[in-house]
Design a protein around this ligand. Sequence first.
Ligand SMILES: NC(=O)c1ccc[n+]([C@@H]2O[C@H](COP(=O)([O-])OP(=O)(O)OC[C@H]3O[C@@H](n4cnc5c(N)ncnc54)[C@H](OP(=O)(O)O)[C@@H]3O)[C@@H](O)[C@H]2O)c1
Length: 277
Amino acid sequence: MPQPAPPIPDFLYGTAWKEDRTPALTEVALRMGFRGIDTANQRRHYFEEGVGQGLAAAYRAGIVTRDDVFLQTKFTYQRGQDHRLPYDPAASLAVQVAQSMASSLEHLATDRIDSYVLHGPASNYDWTDADAEVWEAMRKERDAGRTRLLGVSNVSVGHLEQMASAHAELPAFVQNRCYARLGWDRAVRQFCREHKIVYQGFSLLTANQEVLHHALIASLAASANATPAQVVFSFARRVGILPLTGTSNAWHMKQDLASRDLTLPQEAIQAIESLSG
Ligand SMILES: NC(=O)c1ccc[n+]([C@@H]2O[C@H](COP(=O)([O-])OP(=O)(O)OC[C@H]3O[C@@H](n4cnc5c(N)ncnc54)[C@H](OP(=O)(O)O)[C@@H]3O)[C@@H](O)[C@H]2O)c1
């Protein structure tokens, strides 16, 4: 019988840069109410095995079952890795994808994830033959049932347009750093809207310090009895961004999730959009 698929959550908990705290923070995030976890098989910035340990602790404690959690991980090219590679660098890219996926499933102690993301294209400018090989290998992983959905990260509209010409299938997700000064990644978000791709935004706080300290955000926060971070997350969701948070603080986790209950007036959404470039 096919497993019931967890729905795409409305907030993702990001596990980068948590090192030894990864297991405990993953468990706390689930305890606080997150149902989407983002990681990567890139030991340089993520401890994916630690995510698996946190999940196992949450399963044991009865907080969630595997079917309650949306698990997302990534394939990372060698240039984004350190010496701790999850594949044989001498193997073809297609084999590297298969090896990286097998290692992720082992780390996460599952036989299928919900989303598998190409961490970044091989070139900052073009969708290359290497990316095409990796994407086709990722599709094979999906067709074999090891992931439900596919995504790409750190992409421009140019990458996505080239991808659309090269392949029959576009990703279900785009995951990008979302800079307010670039219109909150307006062009990529528009491409995503037009192609029914879910846009995941990260660094919503860290990349937008000027917005967090802007008088408009302060006054919106004060009138809604909310924090500037909550205003940013609420705005993000209203313009169609599926936000990630990477907080290591349980209170911030709670506040971030509570931003789902904050409804900003439409004029505020327009004003925040036009704060940017
Ligand atoms: N695809 C990619 O290439 C890529 C790149 C970067 C990140 N990501 C993913 O995105 C996730 C999130 O990364 P991020 O850059 O958005 O966040 P982050 O840098 O991991 O964390 C946000 C920072 O803001 C601070 N903060 C203060 N108030 C906060 C609040 N209310 N809520 C949340 N943070 C608050 C946090 O401090 P406290 O800990 O004290 O709250 C932390 O220092 C990562 O963990 C990773 O999963 C993906």
